[in-house]
Design a protein around this ligand. Sequence first.
Ligand code: UDP
Length: 339
Amino acid sequence: MKVLILGVNGFIGHHLTNRILEMTDWSVFGMDLAFDRLDKAIDNSRFNFLEGDISINKEWIEYHIKKCDVIIPLVAIATPKLYVEDPIGVFNLDFEMNLQIVKQCVKYKKRIVFPSTSEVYGACPDPEFLEDESFLIVGPIQKERWIYSCCKQLLDRVIYAYGTRGNLEFTLFRPFNWIGPRLDSLDVAKEGSSRVVTQFIAELLMKRPITLVDGGSQKRCFTFVSDGIDALMKILENRDNGCRNQIINIGNPWNECSVKELAHMLKRLFMEHPRHSGDKSFSEIIDVSAEKYYGKGYQDIYTRKPSIRKAQELLGWNPRVGLEDSLRLTLHAFLDENE
Ligand code: UDP
């Protein structure tokens, strides 16, 4: 099988590529702006890489959509701080660029495995989010955070509409706070614009305060990347075509914790780390208002827990890595790479 991965150097892209090259005889064709996470893949003869921007290299993309069997467009801005700072950038990249790729998959009759997001459920009050039943709830226009959720939701709806009319074969997957090695870089965290787990780890390393937005009672379910990749591989294998035109949550409902609990657990794991157990001081954990941290355009999501019944039934999949192990593995990888 020939797999096209756009955004192949990203957090999900490079983990998926490594797994495909290790476990299958498939070929991977990939494009990205950079290749710093692709050291394991780059010399593999089944890996074909172009360094470039998806908004410029359109001929390369069209040619490879024609050539490949399955298309996985992973290029997107997926960090809340940037939804608020650069909503038009989110729209241009996450929506407009990806819409062109969806249309080419329709044109060339290619299967698309598309990353939707847990963010589409927005402020849904359900205790567990169900792919085919839960309401997708966002806030007012002035709260620009929601542009990412809306972009992804509209793409989900466009893909679904092409699919149900027989013009596109698709699977939409919704990652719930995947974490793991090389989630975000230290440089991004230095500016304060990375996702919560890497942001907290970077603060611990830099001995800066860990900031709990609005007290940190909001909860997330953190999913270790190897579990997420297990599910994605089953989606790509698509046994008996069981994933055809399905939307599938990929998350770990047993790894739910509040942001405050997360901060304390990461601090403890950092203090236990062999290179840091003797440090003289450690980051304090402080509160900050959402407006101060993110600006006026932000609104938080208080709970986000997946139902994984569909993933269990369709894929025979269950996440296996618990919260503490997921955080420890993420922390240790980050420290090993940045010290
Ligand atoms: N958050 C926080 N402190 C930080 C960064 C994030 O308290 O330094 C909170 C944020 O308000 C949100 C949660 O952590 O409630 C998760 O944020 P993340 O950026 O990982 O993305 P999200 O899960 O909201 O998509």
